[in-house]
Design a protein around this ligand. Structure first.
Ligand code: G4P
Length: 529
């Protein structure tokens, strides 16, 4: 198959949702369609039920055994589909943000009863900022939930989207009769049986046809006609171009658990979702069908087995082909590296591949060369953008609890930071180290991993910081910046890549600082224009 065709075949996306909306269930049903798994229950639920370290460790241990769950690939109707796992738990939001740099589109799952939830808002905001095409799937229609129109309003308002429904529910909960597929113009009747024949749809070009009464009953027929009239009147017609440019978001309704409305979603998805999109590097924009290979690391997965300290770096291929045993330039290290066993991922396994294409994810064994955000090329100096660090929410001093183990401690901290478990800041004034995390859980995780993987012990000490702000002076030599540095010395630190960070101890002090030094811009992310 030609290189162009291979690119056109690929759909690399992520499913995002608030925990419990049905992401795992939907993923599993999608895999069933692809024939990638044979039975329900095969996809491990990575969700953390309790906010406990033991829970996290168990998940990591299982993941370590089957890292394939980070990327689930399957073929459906001749399309190669790569689903990238995005943890829903808020303590791992940073991991999800990074994964979103490697997807070409997303599906957002929303619980019909709960509507738009907090985590969904945050994740969709990131997608909107990056203009990632979004399809919305409203799930659990077999349960009583919010009115469909109210929900569509809520999605528009809370998520800042411009939706247009491509399917519409006929009833809900106890009265759920099925779904009218606006995109395909047919009706799918709900039987509440998950093993139901998925092809059983009834074509219905014209809902005015009196046959409709016979199929769903008089009352439901009238309601559906009224609903569709309202849909026509209120929502714009679906436009693939607008969806691709992130100006419009199609919405599907269904019940993942009952495998209902999922085929419709998938069929539409493979038709409209983008194949690998161009990606901006600091130097230029790179498009998928360039012949020269380039890609970037968006995730590093550590081996949790202390006897094997190797890690797996996940690379998203942006352009060209990635070939086994061919030397590639590690741009940051300025070194050529060859990989004898690059892994490709399938639903439940990984295997060594000779060649991978744009949109694909390859896993490379790493003994400490890679950091998140690193770029690999055939020689060109490219630095991919869009993997910023966000300000952590929790900050603590990290201290060495065993003076004999200072070296392993530092090595461990370094490697865990490369993996993106947390962020390290070094105070300008005295060189003390501060760990910043998104959730409190990570502190325990770091402590546990330092001890079990590196044989080092650490303790923490509170450090009251509200936000870390990356400092962006308009002019490094002006007096205002010099004064800022002098007065705020106690609150200044360097991040892992040496960028200057201001650690604000409260919202108030942040505002005052910004007012006092207007030419010194303070950003909540490390990447700014
Ligand atoms: P997540 O990955 O987004 O966190 O959600 P997950 O798929 O694990 O689903 C959360 C719960 O919602 C699960 O129930 C799942 O069975 C249920 N669910 C998913 N889709 C539907 C649906 O269409 N209808 C209904 N009624 N329920 C649905 P659980 O009891 O938490 O877990 P389990 O013990 O059933 O696995």
């Amino acid at each position: 198959m030609s290189f162009e065709k291979e690119i056109q075949k690929r759909r690399t996306f992520g499913i995002i949702s608030h925990p419990d909306a049905g992401k795992t269930t939907l993923t599993e049903k999608l895999l069933l369609f692809g024939g990638a798994i044979q039975e329900a229950g095969a996809v491990k639920n990575n969700k953390i039920k309790k906010s406990a370290t033991s829970d996290f460790m168990e998940i990591e241990r299982q993941r370590g055994i089957s890292v394939a769950t980070s990327v689930l690939a399957f073929i459906y109707k001749d399309k190669k589909i790569n689903i990238l796992d995005t943890p829903g738990h808020k303590d791992f939001a940073e991991d999800t943000f990074r994964t979103l740099t490697a997807v070409d589109s997303v599906i957002v799952v929303i619980d019909v009863a709960k509507g738009v939830e907090e985590q969904t808002e945050k994740l969709v905001e990131v997608c909107r900022m990056r203009k990632i095409p979004i399809i919305v799937f409203i799930n659990k229609l077999d349960r009583e939930g919010k009115d469909a129109f109210d929900l569509l309003d809520e999605v528009e308002q809370k998520l800042g989207l411009s939706v247009t429904p491509l399917s519409f529910p006929i009833g809900m909960g106890y009265d759920f009769k099925g779904i009218y597929n606006i995109y395909e113009k047919n009706i799918n009747l709900f039987s509440g049986d998950s093993k139901k024949n998925i092809e059983e749809t009834i074509a219905f070009d014209d809902v005015q046809n009196s046959e409709l009464e016979n199929v769903i009953g008089e009352k439901a027929a009238q309601t559906l006609r009224d609903d569709l009239e309202l849909v026509n009147g209120v929502y714009p017609e679906f436009s693939k171009e607008k969806y691709l440019s992130s100006e419009q978001q199609p919405v599907f309704f269904g019940s993942a658990l009952n495998n209902f409305g999922v085929r419709e979603l998938l069929d539409c998805f493979i038709e409209i979702a983008p194949s690998p999109r161009p990606k901006k590097a600091e130097e230029r924009e790179v498009i998928a069908n360039e012949k020269q290979f380039s890609g970037f690391v968006f995730k590093i997965h550590a081996n949790m087995d202390p006897k094997h300290r190797d890690r797996l770096a996940f690379i998203k291929i942006v352009s060209g082909t990635f070939e086994r045993n061919k030397p590639y330039l590690h741009v940051r290290n300025k070194k050529k590296l060859k990989f004898s066993s690059p892994n490709a991922f399938f639903a439940e396994k990984k295997e060594i591949v000779d060649i991978s294409y744009p949109g694909d994810i390859v896993g490379l064994h790493d003994t400490g060369h890679f950091k998140i955000g690193d770029t690999l090329t055939e020689g060109e100096e490219l630095h991919y953008k869009g993997i910023p660090s966000f300000s952590p929410e929790h900050f603590r001093y990290i201290n060495n609890a065993d003076p004999m183990k200072s070296k392993p401690l530092h090595k461990g901290i370094d490697q865990l930071m490369d993996e993106g478990v947390a962020q390290l800041f070094t105070l300008e004034m005295n060189g003390r180290k501060i760990i910043g995390t998104v959730g409190a859980l990570q502190f325990e995780v770091i402590q546990y991993r330092l001890e079990h993987e590196y044989g080092a012990k650490c303790t923490y000490e509170n450090f009251p910081v509200f936000k870390a702000c990356w400092v962006d002076p308009s002019d490094k030599n002006n007096d205002e910046f010099k004064e800022f540095k002098r007065v705020k010395q106690k609150f200044l630190a360097k991040d892992k890549s040496g960028k200057l960070v201001f650690l604000a101890d409260s919202q108030f002090s942040l505002q005052m600082t910004q007012q006092k030094y207007p030419s010194v811009k303070l950003h909540f992310t490390s990447e700014f224009e």
